[in-house]
Design a protein around this ligand. Structure first.
Ligand code: SAM
Length: 464
């Protein structure tokens, strides 16, 4: 799609930018004009082969509704193939002069934003409001791994990413067990993403030439049923310990808690002499599930749980099984708890996909039903402990009347302050992070379908 050129006076030529700088001399000329001397520290090796750039962009499978973030746009080798083809394009460039150049030459182009930021620290949380975004970048090799981590570490709103970086790092992401490249990076990335090496490049299509070969890698999310649920924090902890001395046998390295190594090997069908590099991603995940010490990690929800049923004045009128309470829309009691950190950000949990209600949706920090004869306050303290693994008192905020949106629950809303980290049961919670309230408010307005309806009721009530 040809972008329509804006009629805004700039110092640089947009037509020239869109045509591209496809030789050493053209790159040198434009760099001189904008006052940049290529920096090794910033990984400034500019791609000068238009067809390679186009093939990299094509592998991102863009469509006109997409929001795309490009990291390190530089002189626009990839950018020019994105402009005009996506709804929103956000360019994150750390070099101030290049940022000023891009801001100038692209000013007035609809849907294109240029940000002067470090992609390692870039805050991706505001992009949840977009409902899934794509990332692309010919990355600075000095900090490529940190940048990738910032965008693909879970939870993330990213649902497809294509990066070019040094071949050696791409090989680490794609490595097979029992090879030198297989390690922490491989296991953690592949526990969440399918990774594909798309092409390898020598130093030739760049100016200045890099000292190492490059490769292009694509990250697409694993299907939900690729692995059973597990806690990412536990996986990271054991994989990190395991690979700290990759040649040593795991039995001497892992934090096993109450488990014995022999029992783990028996359960997972591993050799007792196994080393970190011999375990597949699947085996690491199974081990993380086994070693996870959360007492409620495998607690299935039971339709046989008993709840108090109440009348419209919230007076108990009897008891009934959970399944009946829900299927007959009987009024009952529940609590929601909002946990804030010292910055005033609210912790949201992503409900497990195994839950019987609102699976996979974002929800209050903690929530749940009252047990028979339990008080609202005690239930709130208990839920915070069971769902997040912390002991904390809670402050009462408000009462939310029963409605279809609360699932016919009388909800008492509480809050408390805590910085985390939280230890949650993977059968209940898939993930969770703190979000600024401004992000939550625009996200709930734009995409209420991403949230459990009870949370939205609580949020509206809280905001009011
Ligand atoms: N995309 C251009 C291309 O393909 O020719 C430039 C790629 S060059 C390898 C890396 C780019 O990333 C440079 O423009 C550099 O200034 C920028 N950069 C370096 N460190 C960065 C960081 N931490 N955050 C954002 N951009 C960064």
């Amino acid at each position: 799609m040809e972008p329509s050129l804006p009629k805004i006076k700039t110092n640089y030529d947009l037509k020239e930018f869109l045509t591209g700088f496809n030789s050493d001399s053209e790159v040198v000329r434009i760099l001189k004009k904008i006052g940049v001397r290529p920096s090794k520290g910033l990984g400034q090796n500019f791609l000068i082969d238009g067809s390679i750039a186009e093939s990299i962009v094509n592998s991102l499978r863009i469509s006109p509704e997409d929001t795309v973030i490009e990291i390190g746009p530089g002189l626009g080798a990839l950018t020019r193939h994105l402009i005009g083809s996506v709804r929103r394009l956000v360019l994150v460039e750390f070099d101030r002069k290049i940022y000023e150049y891009l801001s100038d030459v692209l000013s007035g182009l609809d849907g294109v934003e240029v940000l002067h930021q470090d992609a390692v620290k870039f805050d991706i949380r505001p992009f949840y409001v977009e409902g899934g975004i794509k990332i692309i970048g010919n990355l600075p090799y000095s900090c490529g791994t940190e940048i990738i981590r910032n965008f693909v570490d879970l939870p993330t709103p990213v649902d497809l990413a294509v990066f070019m970086l040094q071949k050696e790092v791409v090989d680490r992401f794609c490595a097979m067990p029992r090879t030198k490249s297989y390690g922490f990076l491989t296991v953690i990335a592949r526990s969440a993403w399918n990774v594909e090496k798309l092409q390898e490049l020598s130093f030739e299509p760049f100016t200045p030439r890099p000292e190492v070969n490059s490769a292009v890698i694509r990250f697409s999310p694993c299907d939900y049923d690729t692995y059973p649920p597990f806690n990412q924090r536990v996986l990271k902890r054991i994989v990190k310990c395991g690979f700290q001395e990759r040649r040593k046998q795991l039995k001497k390295r892992l934090p096993l808690g109450n488990f014995k190594w022999v029992e783990i090997c028996e359960e997972l069908n591993l050799k007792e002499t196994a080393r970190a590099e011999e375990l597949t991603v699947d085996e690491w995940i199974k081990m993380a599930r086994l070693i996870d010490d959360n007492p409620l990690k495998d607690n299935p929800q039971s339709g046989d749980e008993m709840f108090d049923v109440v009348d419209e004045d919230d007076q108990v009128i009897g008891q009934m099984k959970r399944s009946r309470v829900h299927s007959e829309n009987r009024m009952h009691r529940a609590v929601h708890v909002f946990i804030f950190n010292k910055f005033g950000d609210l912790f949201l949990q992503k409900r497990s996909r195994l839950k019987d209600s609102s699976p996979g949706l974002w929800d209050s920090s903690a929530s749940g039903h009252l047990n028979v004869a339990e008080t609202y306050h005690d239930a709130a303290v208990r839920e915070v402990f069971e769902e997040l693994g912390i002991l904390s008192d809670v402050d009462f905020i408000s009462v939310i009347e029963p409605s279809e949106n609360t699932g016919w629950e009388f909800v008492h809303l509480y809050s408390c302050e805590h910085e985390g980290p939280f230890n949650f049961p993977y059968s209940e919670i898939e993930d969770g992070i703190f979000f600024p309230m401004s992000v939550i408010r625009s996200w709930t307005q734009e995409r209420p379908e991403d949230f459990a309806s009870g949370f939205i009721e609580c949020l509206c009530n809280y905001v009011e």
